[in-house]
Write a protein of this length. Sequence first.
Lengths: 142, 874
Amino acid sequence: MTGIVVLIFRILAVISLYAFLGWALITLWRELQLTSSQLTSPQFPSVTITPLDFEDLQTREYQASEVMIGRDEGCEYTIPDDTVSSRHARLSYHHSQWWLEDLLSKNGTYLNDERVYTSTVIISGDELRCGKVNLRITIKNI
Amino acid sequence: MNWLFPSSSAWADQIQSRLLKLSAVFLVLNALVLTLSPAVRYHSWQAEYRWQHWLGVLIWLASFSLVHRLVMQALPERDPFLLPLAALLTGWGLLSIWRLSTENGLRQSLWMVFSLLILVLGLRAKNLLGVLKRYKYIWLISGILISALTFIFGTYPGGEGPRLWLGCCGLYFQPSEPLKLLLIIYLAAYLADKILVNPNFLQLLLPTFLLVGAALGILLIQRDLGTASLFLLLYFTIIFLASGRIEVLAVGAVSLLAAGITGYAAFDVIRLRVEAWLNPWLDPSGRSYQIVQSLIAISSGQILGRGAGIGYPGFVPIAHSDFIFSSIGEEYGLAGTLALLAILALWISRGFRVAVMASNRYKRFLAAGSAAYIGLQSIFIIGGNIRLLPLTGVTLPFVSYGGSSLVTSYFTLLLLMLISVRSETPPAPLQNTRPYLITGGMLFISLLSAGMVNGWWSVIRSNDLMGRFDNPRRSAVSQVVLRGAILDRNNQPIVISTGKPGDYTRHNLYPPLSLVTGYTSIVYGQTGLEASLDPYLRGLQGSPTSTVWSSQFLYGQPPPGLDVRLSIDLKLQTLADSLLGNYTGAIVIINAQSGEVLAMASHPYFDSNQIHENMGEWLQSDRGYLLNRATQASYPPGTALGAFILTDYLAGQPLPDSPPELSIRFNNQNWNCAVTPSDPLSWGEVISSGCPGPILELGKQLGAERLAGMYEDLGLTQSPSLRLPVAKSVSTNDLTDTLKIALGQDAITISPLQMVLASASLSREGGRPAPFLALAVSTPQQGWVILPNDATAPALPVVGIPQALQLLENPALPVWESTASAFSGEGRVAWYTGGTMPDWKGTPISLVVTLENQNPVAAMEIGHSLFKTILRPK
């Protein structure tokens, strides 16, 4: 009789031990799902490019982590102007920032009238000049 | 339980709170089982319950409840798994240590409080990781110096042993424990600052080798070889993680192997350890005692374990420290140890996750090193416990008894928790994830193999190991479970167990039978019927399988023992013993029809009640106190074969007219009749008087071949099967010389038991019965059940028997008889064999009296006295 009563406690103890493990594993699994969904649909602020003096161009908003600017048709933001190189500059989002990078353009890329040589952090309201084309960058907060 | 482990809305706090609650439930349930364990052991609620360990459980609950709150405050963004995993391991270890020793349990509880204090202080310290990094040389060098101090001030807390501890007055510290962690901190800090482009090995290894070598040297001189090899392995692991070069692992493996081989050649300790590992079964009571006992403990746990407090983990040496895993294996079973391995795997995986997510290289190396440290050390000692690896005397982190180990483990936990805090800065770039995957993968594979080997011992090999004679649990449970009694044929008790549960002792109520009943002792093992009837006396055989299984499962014990009834008749046995008195020799009386042994006396004898007092004396004496002369002694039969030769002769031809010369010369000695034959000298008279001349004459006429056939028919060439050890019988190859076969001399020897069985074939007119000693067992369901026995075997040609018995009949008693003598080396053997006549209406009896170095007349007189009593009308 004593054996049976104690056996019940022993079984309950084993159940609690495996509940611990099982629950830890389920939580880990959920955490993994969460991380991977974060990786597949990364959350970052959209960037909007507004032309300031070029009438043929439109204002466009991008929800991607990389925006290529240039004369080439394959660029995300195409500027049909001869002062703009075919692949002129790149906006990219990493390290929680939007970065501007000059892609060795012929006429240079200027951020708020200063020439860009290395990758530079940009903020909302910055003015960008590619060749002779002026653009305004707006970053939407999330 | 929210008041104990409260939670906040944060995800991490919820996980930590939930896991700590489940750990608490697990511990409290097991503590309850431990409290109730005496009730299980003694099958009664009226037992002395165990309460002491609740102090440990309360300390655990209180300190972790507090630490949980403080951690939630100080590090809201930490990894939430690390603390509960460590808490469960510590609590489990704590309970196991309390269960083994109250004193150690109390000490370990205090060490736990101290470790948690360091953890809490560390959480509050500003920039602890930075300070550790900046003064890396100071930490490692002071660690090395403190370790070196053990050369001068080293002690061993337990008395005699390796002097690896510092301290006094009951407070001891083992510097080699934190040294491992200091090595990791130093290497992480050093390697984080060095960015080597395509380094070669010298660039990688040389700068660190001076300090690492110094630390290693100290460990080697201390002969702390387990820690030294762990040290070496950790060193190469961290270099591998930092450099990402697989060759480092190869170099590490080669160096470890080289160190092992050198060590094997140079150090006796290593050689013994490795040999004990490779073949533990060769010396299970000596060098491999620990490992064999550890395996037996694990195998006793089986799948569900015996339950806390119900097993016997204390039989394994240093169960609270080096062998805590086997102690957990015994009481929590495979279910428990697999969970423990899974907890370790989780801990390692969280550690590596923290490493990969770390914000800089220093933190990354430190986290990975810390996780690998706990993982490797656990695998070292668990592998040693289950014979996956040679035994190394390191502790099981968080679980084993030991202050230094616990403090170091908690400091490692502190480092990981600090690194795990999610910072604003994203993870440092990681060019190559391979080293982390490889190291983590290897640790997981090791844990998995440990789990499989563990399963091999606790499931597949479990019964073999538990049945080993060096399993002390077998004797230990016999003090708790009543062992069956041994009764005589009239249910008179011969050997019984008395006392209270937990304190049963075995009593032999009729000590002269000790040579037959044997003994059962924790020290000396088992002999005689106690050994051969053990499965019945322990209730394992004869009880329903379900009872055996359920009592093993529920109580960790065999069911109550069953009584066994012997064929021995205590009245007859007492008579035989009193007649044998101070003579050296044996008497066997059997029922000639059934083969049941009615009395079996052998003098001198030992007393199974006094083996612990007198065993040494009996073993040293040359009088053979421990030899059952009735079954184990080999005596030349001499002229005792006369009756059989006469019978065999009469089956073929009539006897010659008159017997020849009575005495002969044998080996330059005169061999006369055993007793003086009375006139007229008939064939019957001279043969029953054991006169060698007439017997040799008949034997010669039969020839060697026929005589050898007679030996086989009488069963003299094969050992009778009895539940006792019996003498080796004569080989048919020795049956070539007619003289020696007819007169039973030289290599031709038989035991008194063989003689009495052979003569039974005369009294029952053909057919030799098989001996029968244990008649029946008292089973719970069917009452007395007859034990199986061998069938009767054919014997001498029946045709000669009636005439031979007529010739050999005693004129005064309704029996045939033969008194004989034989030469045995320097001495003489006297035989008396006899039996009832076939027409005797009572129980057919056959008996033999064998005396060493006595006048055959003495044997004959004993035989006559026996027959007079046995055959007296009731």
